[in-house]
Design a protein around this ligand. Structure first.
Ligand code: UDP
Ligand code: MG
Length: 311
């Protein structure tokens, strides 16, 4: 008999005492229905201030499938996912939210996709943003549009962190040791072929969302900064525009002074000088930015390539 596959379920938890019991129950049930596999839970308590940690201790005593990591404080979901993947021992790993917004029913088809259909990864694709407010949905969609444009990477609204990956892909993600982590970008950066399975968005089972507008905004900003140095190029564009405006201004004044000899005043000269000098400054800022962005990407020490198979 071949050895059974081990599926690791990585669960970042921040103040999830209300949602955890139902999550554990339903996910365990779904995992037991996934034939030919063994499973483990890797819970990461991201510095919760409620009874999440105590609940996890209790669960792990009752059930040997449960392991946990407790952080000393709140480090954020990105850090929690990284820690969970590092601890996971499975040959397949899946990241799930603790609030049942990622339906456990998808685990079985996900496993089939990565174990038998030749995919390296299988992700849940949320069809709609039910369970999120209108304003939040709008900002999310706009953010993904902008970041796709800026980063040239395959990230879209609906692609979340809910995915099952094989060991090769997990190791590739762990290989990226950058401090500012943005998982959606990392998934896309490492490549591999991914199958998407659609699911309906559902409301949180219990408790409340851990994100507010400010944290979402800084997360979005972080996402763009981590994967794109395009904002640094803005100085170049500004410099070009200012230079063009300066030249236009000068040309117009010179032409005007053909008819009216006194049209080109000292003030005009000063204005021209301001435009011209600002454009020079912008251009040098742009050049500086180009060096900084090279150094920034160098500093991340990302792997230069990722091997999927070798003989
Ligand atoms: N989470 C975390 N650390 C945080 C914020 C959230 O580990 O600082 C976890 C949270 O417990 C949940 C998952 O990340 O399991 C998604 O969070 P949430 O449901 O609040 O986000 P939403 O579904 O509203 O995007
Ligand atoms: Mg949620």
């Amino acid at each position: 008999m071949t050895e059974r596959d081990l599926i690791s379920v990585v669960v970042p938890c921040y103040n999830e005492e209300e949602a955890l019991p139902a999550f554990y129950r339903e996910t365990e049930r779904a995992l037991k229905k996934t034939e030919g596999t063994d499973y483990e839970f890797v819970f990461v308590d991201d510095g919760s201030r409620d009874a999440t940690g105590a609940l996890l201790r209790e669960l792990s005593q009752k059930d040997s499938h449960v392991r946990y990591v407790i952080f000393s404080r709140n480090f954020g979901k990105e850090a929690a996912m990284y820690a969970g993947l590092r601890e996971a021992r499975g040959n397949y790993c899946v990241i799930m939210d603790a609030d049942l917004q990622h339906p456990p029913a998808l685990l079985k088809p996900m496993y089939r996709a990565v174990s038998r259909e030749g995919f390296d990864c299988c992700g849940g694709l949320r069809k709609d943003r039910r369970g999120d407010g209108l304003l939040r949905s709008f900002f999310s969609r706009s953010f993904y549009k902008i970041s796709r444009y800026l980063t040239k990477m395959d990230m879209s609204d609906g692609h979340g962190d809910f995915r099952m990956m094989n060991r090769t892909m997990v190791d590739a993600i762990l290989e990226m040791k950058e401090y500012n982590r943005y998982m959606k970008g990392l998934f896309s950066f490492v490549g591999f072929n991914t199958k998407w399975i659609e699911y309906e968005g559902v409301e949180r089972a219990a408790g409340c969302t851990k994100w507010n507008f400010k944290s979402l905004f800084s997360y979005a900003f972080e996402g763009i900064l981590s994967f794109s140095t395009a904002p640094l190029k803005l100085a170049g564009i500004m410099g070009g525009l200012l230079f063009f405006a300066g030249m236009l201004f000068l040309a117009w004044n010179l032409v005007e002074s053909i008819w009216v000899p006194s049209a080109f005043t000292r003030l005009d000269l000063v204005l021209f000088a301001v435009l011209f000098l600002s454009s020079l400054q912008m251009v040098f800022l742009y050049i500086l930015g180009a060096y900084v962005s090279k150094d920034y990407l160098e500093n991340k020490k990302r792997p230069i390539y990722i091997v999927k198979e070798k003989i």
